[in-house]
Design a protein around this ligand. Structure first.
Ligand code: 3H9
Length: 695
């Protein structure tokens, strides 16, 4: 089967790329395009060429599997196809539908003109894979839309709506029937003998650029892009477009592309890309189990979590009722939602129109009877088993028989909650992360009796709500929080032994975490952390550090009381000598002689427990595969995506080395440093995580 169809529409040839699922520019596609361009170029009866995509989409990029293989790409590479396009004497027009991304959009940018469907999106998301665009993307985008727009779009990798692409000059017209319009456009251009527009020769947008634009932009993204290579190489490459002769600028882009392609960050980010897609696949839920349609939702509890969850449904166009028994609490919750949306409008992330639309879908209710109309009910009440069981008992009486009853618990036993109903097959965990309207992760949790259709529904729901979704088994803390207790717990042991909060957070943030463990504790509330910890079952031969409890007793609850592990001025954290003396007091009480602790030891001590507990989680089948754990940590816990997640990190440094470090530290740091049996098995056999999966 050809992957590029050559079709004549009278005097116009349409080269239609047909390479499901996303028409990625694999070798066969590039060969097909080059051959088609040559054939059409040589045929005197052909006056113009249109490039389009089958399967409802223009190519969504280079074939990630191909460049991730590490092998040198076989000729023709995309640049050779583009050179052929620019060399042809006939108009070449792109017909963009669906998503034209990465190499796909770069292909379109090398056409003389671009027509986009109204619903299309374009963009250069390479940065999310640790790459810079490698087929002239930084050059042609900048020449069409100017360096400011290029810097914003390419360093963030955002998908640009067709209407915005038109405003920016990236496309030339919008249409409903994009192929028909592109054919008509190309034919007119040929008939009128219109001079062909070679984008790489355009110069007006790249001349007279403000000298300090690039230095300022580097400064602007410094905090967000800390530690990453690709965003800064993108800036360098756009700068080259504005300051170097064309050929040199293209050469520089290629050089940086290859540098990024060969970097460990690219490897890690591609791992995360495929891991996120793999995580949606549940081996024991066959593809023919159809998810229930979700047309109406109810969220129980109008606190911060409940409100954020309701916003998710409304943003996805699903009507949602927010239930709170007291009118006062309900009004407070609805007020918070309004405030959050107003913030989005101020920041420019949502238009007032979108917000009005979303708000019109959220209704406050105070009566359980209204639950009867919902396809899914998400409970987000206080984290207490008795309270949750009471809610589920009520829901069981009022909810429609088909309705899914979901709990947003972050640690509690799903089976015990399900036991409060007569329909455990409909009960499932949907663990959203705070703030739920912002955080990407949805950790779904299956109970012993959760039905395949219930699982299929909440997995599909994740996609509807634009979440990254993972399925966990039922255990204390599921995947994310079960591991977290060992990471934050270790941070507190390090405090007892001699480290300071700022040292620990600096090391963690230096590694790439969005926030260090103690700063996170302060943000979430130390009282909340302490309450959750009290509910945990600790093995008899283990202990927790008393530091957290002491902070709570002194009213140091975190940011909300202006002091916790730090003192706060606004959101700025300031090291506090009072905390240090509290910590030193604890060390004294425990008879621990404080010592200097090297940054390297801090990093080892923080990360190894994550890998070790992760290994147990995989071994027990709580996670289907190790890469699911990476997805959870990258999207829910601020683990740097460009380091691939904790399990990937462990495998990169070597599982045998992880075991060796754990054995070295076990005698002085307790049973929690005993390597997990699975880790030991893999270290001995030399196999990796991919050799183990459940289901
Ligand atoms: C690049 O272009 C570098 C150039 O500058 C270099 C010079 C040429 N390749 O996400 P979905 C698979 S870098 C291979 O579930 P959706 C994906 O794994 C690339 N496979 O669908 C999945 O497979 P499976 C720049 C790809 O509707 C299936 O397609 N481009 C590729 O939720 C469906 O994907 C990007 O970064 C690919 N390029 O979202 C865009 N893309 O079913 C990456 C997808 O076996 N892609 N697959 O699990 C996306 O962002 C989303 O896939 C897209 C569709 C928005 C297109």
């Amino acid at each position: 089967m050809p992957v590029v169809n050559y079709r004549s529409e009278a005097d116009v040839v349409v080269l239609e790329i047909d390479h499901p699922p996303v028409n990625a520019l694999s070798l066969a596609v590039r060969e097909g395009l080059l051959a088609g361009l040559k054939q059409a170029g040589a045929d005197a009866a052909v006056k113009a060429i249109v490039i389009a995509g089958a399967n409802g989409t223009f190519p969504a990029g280079a074939d990630i599997n191909e460049f991730a293989s590490g092998l040198v790409l076989k000729s023709p590479i995309t640049r050779e196809v583009q050179a052929q396009m620019e060399a042809t004497s006939k108009p070449v027009v792109a017909a963009i539908a669906g998503t034209a991304l990465g190499g796909g959009f770069e292909l379109a940018l090398a056409c003389h003109w671009r027509i986009a469907a109204n619903s299309a999106k374009v963009g250069l998301p390479e940065v999310k894979l640790g790459l810079i665009p490698g087929a002239g993307g930084t050059q042609r985008f900048t020449r069409l839309a100017g360096p400011e727009a290029a810097l914003d779009a390419i360093t963030s990798g955002t998908h640009i709506l067709a209407s915005r692409a038109l405003e920016l000059g990236l496309v030339d017209a919008l249409a409903d029937d994009v192929v028909a319009e592109a054919i008509a456009f190309a034919r007119r251009a040929a008939q009128e003998n219109r001079p062909l527009r070679i984008v790489s020769d355009l110069a007006d947008k790249i001349t007279g650029v403000k000298a300090n634009l690039f230095a300022e932009f580097r400064g602007k993204i410094q905090a967000k892009a800390r530690g990453q290579l690709a965003p800064f190489r993108i800036i360098d490459s756009i700068q080259a477009a504005c300051t170097q002769p064309k050929d040199e600028a293209f050469r520089i882009e290629r050089e940086f592309f290859l540098e990024c392609r060969n970097s460990p960050q690219r490897k890690a980010l591609v791992h995360v890309f495929f891991a996120e897609r793999e995580a949606r696949k549940i081996p024991d839920v066959p593809a023919d189990v159809k998810p229930l349609p979700i047309r109406k939702a109810v969220v129980i509890g109008a606190g911060t979590m409940g409100g954020g969850i309701a916003m998710n449904f409304a943003n996805a166009g699903i009507p949602v009722d927010l239930l709170e028994l007291s009118r006062e609490a309900l009004d407070r919750g609805l007020g918070l939602i309004q405030k959050n949306y107003a913030g989005s409008v101020t920041r420019g992330s949502l238009t007032q129109g979108r917000v009005d639309q979303a708000l019109s879908l959220i209704k406050g209710i105070t009566d359980y009877e209204a639950v009867a109309g919902a396809d899914i009910v998400v409970e987000a009440v206080f984290e207490d088993m008795k309270v949750k069981q009471e809610v589920f008992g009520k829901l069981d009486r009022v909810a429609a028989p088909h309705a899914i009853l979901a709990t947003n618990t972050s640690t509690l036993d799903i089976d015990a909650i399900a036991a409060a109903t007569a329909r455990p097959e409909k009960v499932v965990g949907t663990h959203f992360f705070s703030p739920a309207n912002v955080m990407k992760l949805l950790e779904n949790v299956r109970g012993k009796r959760t039905a395949p259709q219930t699982i299929a529904t909440v997995m599909a729901l994740g996609k509807t709500l634009s979440k990254v979704v993972v399925l966990a088994g039922n255990c204390d803390g599921f995947i994310g929080n079960r591991m977290l207790q060992f990471y934050t717990g270790e941070a507190e042991f390090l405090l007892e032994e001699g480290a300071t909060p700022e040292q620990i957070d600096r090391v963690s943030e230096g590694f790439g975490f969005a926030m260090g463990p103690l700063a996170v504790r302060d943000l979430a509330g130390n009282d909340v952390g302490f309450m959750i910890r009290k509910g945990r079952r600790i093995p008899a031969d283990e202990r927790w550090s008393p530091i957290l409890q002491r902070l709570v007793e002194q009213g140091r609850l975190g940011q909300k009381t202006g002091k916790g592990f730090y003192r706060y001025e606004g959101r700025t954290r300031i090291p506090d000598p009072e905390v240090l003396s509290l910590i030193e007091g604890v060390s004294r009480e425990l008879g621990i002689k404080r010592r200097e602790i090297a940054d390297q030891e801090i990093l080892e001590r923080l990360l190894h427990p994550l890998v070790n507990e992760g290994a147990k989680i995989v071994d027990e089948g709580i996670a289907i595969r190790a890469s699911d754990i990476d997805v959870v940590y990258v999207n829910g816990y601020g683990f740097p995506a460009y380091k691939g997640g904790p399990m990937y990190w462990g495998e990169e440094i070597g599982l045998a080395k992880v075991v060796e470090t754990m054995r070295r530290l076990a005698p002085s740091h307790g049973t929690r440093w005993r390597p997990a049996p699975l880790l030991e098995r893999l270290a001995a056999s030399g196999e990796g995580w991919s050799s183990v999966r459940s289901g």
